[in-house]
Structures are given as C-alpha cells and as structure tokens.
Design a protein around this ligand. Structure first.
Ligand SMILES: [Zn+2]
Length: 435
C-alpha cells in the first residue's frame, strides 16, 4: 500500500521517499513507500516527472495503481543500482499537474452546474491531452443550455469559492446530500462512472475499520459535494475559466467537450488563429466568415450549374460537328477521337450526344487527362456489343472497365497506348461491318 501524499496536499510537487520494489519487466518501474505522483484514475490522467537518486535522474513517464493499492512509477530507462530501501527524491511535473487540477476541478463545477440548472447528472468524465469531456444523462441538450451552464460555472469560478477536502463515513455522507454517492465497496475511483472513492482499503491511517467506508469528499463551498480521490485546486478561482465547446449525442445521453484554465486560453488562441486565417482568405472580419463561406458555397453551386449547362451545349455542338465531318461507311458513322483536355465526364457526355443525335453512330472516344480513359458507345439498335469490345481492347492494351451493349467505359493504364487502343477497336468494328 503506497501512502498517497496528494490526498493531503495536491500542491506538493516534490517529496522524499523510500524504494519498496524495483521491477525491470515488462517495463522498468519503481514502487515507493509514499508518493506525490497521481496514478490514472477517476478520469484524471497520471502525472509525469522525475525520480532523483544519488547520481541519477530517472524520468517517470507513466503512473498507475495496482488492484491492491500500490502505485507503480514507470520509468523510461532501466533502473541501475536501485534496491529496496534506497532513498529517493521525487519531482512531479508541476505544469502538467496544475493543468490536470484545473481540468478536473473544472469538471466538478461544470457537472454541478448542469445538475443545478437542468437536473442533468454526469455519468462519465474523460480527460484527453487537449480537451476533456463529460457525458450527461439527458435525453436532449440545447445550445442555450450549454451556454447557461458555461456562464454559471464561470460565475462559481469567479466567486473564488473554497474547495475543501473532508473525510467522512458512508453513513455521514448519506446525510450530506452528495451530488452522487459512490456504490458501497468501491475501492478506488478508477472505473467508477463519476469520480468516487472509498478509502476503507486504500487509505492507511484514515480508514476506520468497523465503521464502514470512509469517503473523501470534495466540498466546493455552498455549491457542490462529491466523493472523489483526484487532485483539486484550493479555490475555484485557480480553475481560471471554463470554455465549453463541442456537444454531441452519444448512446447514453449527451457528450460535452470543455477546456479549463490555461488550456481554455490556449484553445481560444488556436480557434482565433484559425478564424483569422480563414477571414484573411476572404479579406473579411472574423465574425463575417460564416456569411462569406455561405456566399462562396452559393457561388460554387451556381457556377457548377452554369458549367454543366455549358458542357452540355459544348458536347451537343461538338457531336454535331463530328457527325457532319465523319463519312458514312457500310451505313454507319464511326467517330474515333482522342482528347487531351477533356475529362471522362465530358467524353461520356459527348458519346451520349453522338449516339442520340445519330441513329447509326458508333463513338470510340478516349481522353488522356486527368486519367487515361476510354468510352465506347453506339446508337440504340446498332448490332455491336460495346461492353465486349471494351473488354477485348483492355485485354490487349491493359486497363479495367466494362459496360452494357450500348455504352462502356474504362480506365487505361498508359496514355501512350490510347491511340493504338482506339485504332484497334475501330478495326474490330470495321471488320465486323464487312460483309
Ligand atoms: Zn475530483
């Protein structure tokens, strides 16, 4: 059982301790008699830092707790000359811990705000590297509710209310009106939906055998009481501020993303930079960006429509010109043409126009850009099989594709072979036409 110094003083960042166990496998790790390092639990992620011994400074890259209440400090290098009994000095990464305390304490305030305003309990809390989230047990959640909860939570932060830690029995806790009482027998906060802690096993010196579980209560003065084993600020003002961001429907309710403290400032700064970059593209003020984007999308839509119409007209005119310039042989016009500046969409359109404008046309078209492609088509009622013709062509020249009797299309692997492929297909049609 490791003595958890952070239970008493979450602002303790350096401490002396004695090594209890040394492990090398599967990863180098130390277990100490006491520690200020917080292990991942209750939604709050682990601390990092350093362990100093005589002549060595070891990096603590992860901290976890075992089933039986020991705290394991994983190191990113093998431990040398370290035996049980060695004295060490631990140093917690204070910036990281402060950030975690701001996020975690912010979560208490925010969860309580949602309960007080809308009776929406928090069912889980998640802390990631750049944002945090709570899941609310609520069938619906509006943008206005999110904004109200954000305003209320920030008022509580500005009021700089005291955040006290108290240890009480489960029976006492039942009468205190906790936001949520953890289920009896909960050993640690880890895995419990709402951060909750029973100290009956995990907290030497405080547990009082025979009187039931001892709970660690986080008391935000006259605002919120909840059982939790995490690290918290001493005054709500130390949270700084809280910024609510994405809201998303999830299976059991609504997920609300948030950031607190310096993280909120960093996030707002990143948002502002992104918006400023977007606004610069439009030479507009940031608040006009949505309107500018809507305008651009409308323009794109209208230009796309105009382009489609122009393509139709161009294909129609080009088809007419091609038909006029193609002599009839054996009662049909075989139009063979390769393009370098038209895409597959256009040559398909051209093939449709050719075979509709004329009742006896065969179109063998190709384009080299952007992808080498082939389109074969015939007027309805013509005797060939374009699908089979294309298959035969790509069997010889490579590529893939297929189609129906009257229309087939495919991609060719090599633009240099397109004209040879077209000639070969034209020859097959010509041969089939001969009596
Ligand atoms: Zn907490």
């Amino acid at each position: 059982m490791t003595d958890r110094l952070y239970y008493h003083d979450p602002f303790l960042y350096d401490f002396d301790a004695e090594v209890r166990e040394v492990t090398e496998s599967p990863r180098p790790a130390l277990i100490l008699d006491r520690t200020a390092f917080y292990p991942t639990s209750g939604g709050q992620v682990f601390d990092t830092g350093w362990i100093d011994t005589e002549g060595a400074k070891l990096r603590v890259s992860e901290v976890a707790e075992t089933e039986d209440g020991r705290i394991v400090h994983y190191l990113d290098a093998p431990v040398k000359d370290m035996v049980p009994g060695t004295r060490i000095h631990g140093l917690v990464d204070a910036d990281r811990r402060r950030d975690h305390m701001q996020q975690h304490s912010g979560q208490h305030v925010l969860s309580a705000a949602f309960v007080r305003l809308f009776n929406m309990p928090t069912v889980s809390f998640h802390m990631a590297d750049d944002y945090c989230s709570i899941d609310l047990d609520a069938p619906t959640l509006t943008k206005e509710q999110v904004e109200s909860a954000e305003r209320f939570a920030n008022e509580i932060i500005l009021e700089n209310r005291a955040v006290d830690v108290r240890f009480v029995t489960r029976d006492e806790a039942a009468n205190l009106g906790l936001r949520k009482l953890p289920p009896a027998g909960t050993k640690t906060e880890g895995g419990a939906p709402e951060p909750a802690l029973s100290l009956s096993k995990g907290f030497a010196g405080v547990a009082k055998p025979g009187r039931g579980d001892i709970l660690r209560i986080i008391d935000i003065r006259d605002f919120d009481l909840s059982a939790c084993g995490g690290t918290h600020v001493r005054q709500t003002g130390q949270i700084g501020c809280i910024l609510l961001r994405k809201m998303e429907k999830v299976r059991q309710g609504w997920r609300v993303e948030f950031v607190a403290g310096q993280r909120a400032v960093a996030t707002a700064r990143r948002d502002f930079t992104t918006l400023t970059d977007a606004a610069a593209l439009f030479s507009a003020h940031i608040y006009d960006v949505p309107q500018q984007i809507r305008k651009s999308l409308d323009e794109i839509k209208s230009l796309r429509k105009q382009r489609e119409q122009s393509q139709e007209e161009l294909a129609e005119a080009q088809a007419a010109a091609l038909l006029a310039g193609t002599p009839e042989t054996s009662g049909r016009k075989v139009v063979v043409r390769s393009f370098s500046d038209r895409d597959l969409g256009f040559i398909k359109l051209l093939a449709q126009k050719l075979t509709r404008l004329s009742q006896n046309a065969v179109a063998l078209l190709a384009t080299t850009a952007p992808q080498p492609s082939l389109v074969f088509a015939q007027s309805p009622g013509q005797p060939f099989d374009m699908g089979a013709l294309l298959k035969q062509t790509i069997a010889e020249f490579g590529g893939r594709g297929g189609g129906s009797k009257d229309m087939a299309q495919g991609g060719a692997p090599d633009a240099a072979k397109l004209s040879a492929a077209l000639s070969a297909a034209a020859k097959l049609v010509d041969t089939a036409c001969r009596p």
